[in-house]
Design a protein around this ligand. Structure first.
Ligand code: TXA
Ligand code: MG
Length: 324
């Protein structure tokens, strides 16, 4: 059973417990500002294998390598000018850049699934300190069984992976609540591979250009992890519900009340005031509660597509996608 240490109450104990485990090639759960990560030494093939095994993750799906800062990232990835501008503006934060691997980088090919590119990001807060103390990048996917809802609290991680990993560092509830935004610069064009915790509009405003949003099918090829069915609760999911059916879990947003709400088995509002950042932070916890309520189906009311709404809609579309 995993040991659980609070980074707020015992930050030094947390780092002291984590470092030897990482050095031995263990995979441990760490808080980031987006979701909890299952972290291991990105340069150690046994450590990366442990991540894939613990999650039951397909090995063709590359991992994001987390860096302490831009200087560390530059030792492992080659930055073009646009990517550097984004890193300087938004790191540490919920932005992942796909970049060519730097010659001689010790990041193991298992972490990049053999690609000649690497996904890099600098997480905000405790994770950055841990990586700086460890001195090597940490490969970290979300700390959940592959295909399931990503964890936004240590409790979620414990329930899913608690008997498979030695340590969970508890940093409270993840503030952003959805995974990082992933972009890739190619020939001066910036492709949005995954909408996430940094709004696409903020990236566009920073660079003064529009992001290229590929067709969904193209996105699956570019970011192999973007399998259509993902974030799957046990209950089926219905989107853009204007009316709630008997026995459904109703997930609301803003002040509008859908017809038939009195027939709902369970009701939660992601943000009564209609704030998308608040809704993103609450999304995965709310989906887990709706699922655990025993509702026959989970029904989401329409959620606006701007700002973090793009990431929210992406995640709930995947939750609603036909299961493999
Ligand atoms: O917020 C986050 O990004 C969280 C926290 C833990 O940092 N991590 C996360 O990792 O969401 P994961 O493994 O669930 O998603 C990584 C995504 C996958 O869709 C993968 O295909 C894509 O990043 N990816 C990683 N390296 C890539 C590369 N070289 N080229 C294209 N896509 C890549
Ligand atoms: Mg994930």
């Amino acid at each position: 059973m995993a040991e659980c240490i609070s980074i707020e109450r015992e930050p030094k104990t947390a780092i002291a417990a984590a470092l030897p485990l990482l050095a031995q090639g263990a995979a441990i759960a760490i808080p980031t500002e987006t979701v909890y990560g299952l972290a291991a030494d990105a340069t150690n093939p046994q450590a990366i294998t442990r991540i894939y095994e613990t999650k039951g993750r397909p090995r063709f799906n590359p991992l994001i390598c987390h860096m302490a800062d831009l200087a560390m990232a530059e030792r492992h990835a080659r930055f073009d000018p646009l990517s550097r501008t984004l890193a300087e503006r938004f790191w540490p934060g919920p932005l992942t850049l796909i970049l060519p691997l730097q010659d001689g980088s010790p990041i193991h090919p298992l972490a990049t699934a053999g690609l000649d590119t690497v996904g890099v990001r600098c997480p905000r807060g405790f994770a950055g300190q841990l990586i700086a103390a460890f001195g090597q990048p940490l490969a970290a996917p979300s700390a959940n069984t592959s295909g399931r809802i990503s964890p936004t609290s240590a409790t979620h991680v414990e329930a899913d992976l608690g008997d498979k990993i030695p340590l969970i560092l508890d940093g409270g509830t993840a503030g952003v609540g959805v995974e990082s935004t992933i972009v890739k610069v190619e020939n001066g064009a910036v492709h949005l591979l995954r909408p996430g915790g940094l709004a696409a509009e903020e990236i566009e405003a920073c660079l003064g250009l529009s992001l290229i949003r590929p067709e969904k099918a193209g996105a699956i090829i570019e970011a192999p992890g973007m399998l259509a069915s993902h974030y799957a609760p046990d209950a089926p999911v219905r989107l853009n519900a204007l009316e709630i059916h008997a026995g459904e879990a109703a997930i609301l947003f803003g002040r509008d009340t859908p017809a038939g709400l009195d027939k709902a088995h369970f009701i939660r509002n992601l943000s009564p005031e209609g704030k998308l950042a608040e809704a993103a932070a609450a999304l995965f916890q709310t989906m887990k509660e709706a699922d655990a309520s025993g509702a026959a189906r989970i029904a989401f009311v329409p959620i606006p597509m701007q700002g973090l709404g793009e990431a929210i809609n992406d995640r709930i579309e995947r939750a609603a996608a036909p299961r493999a």
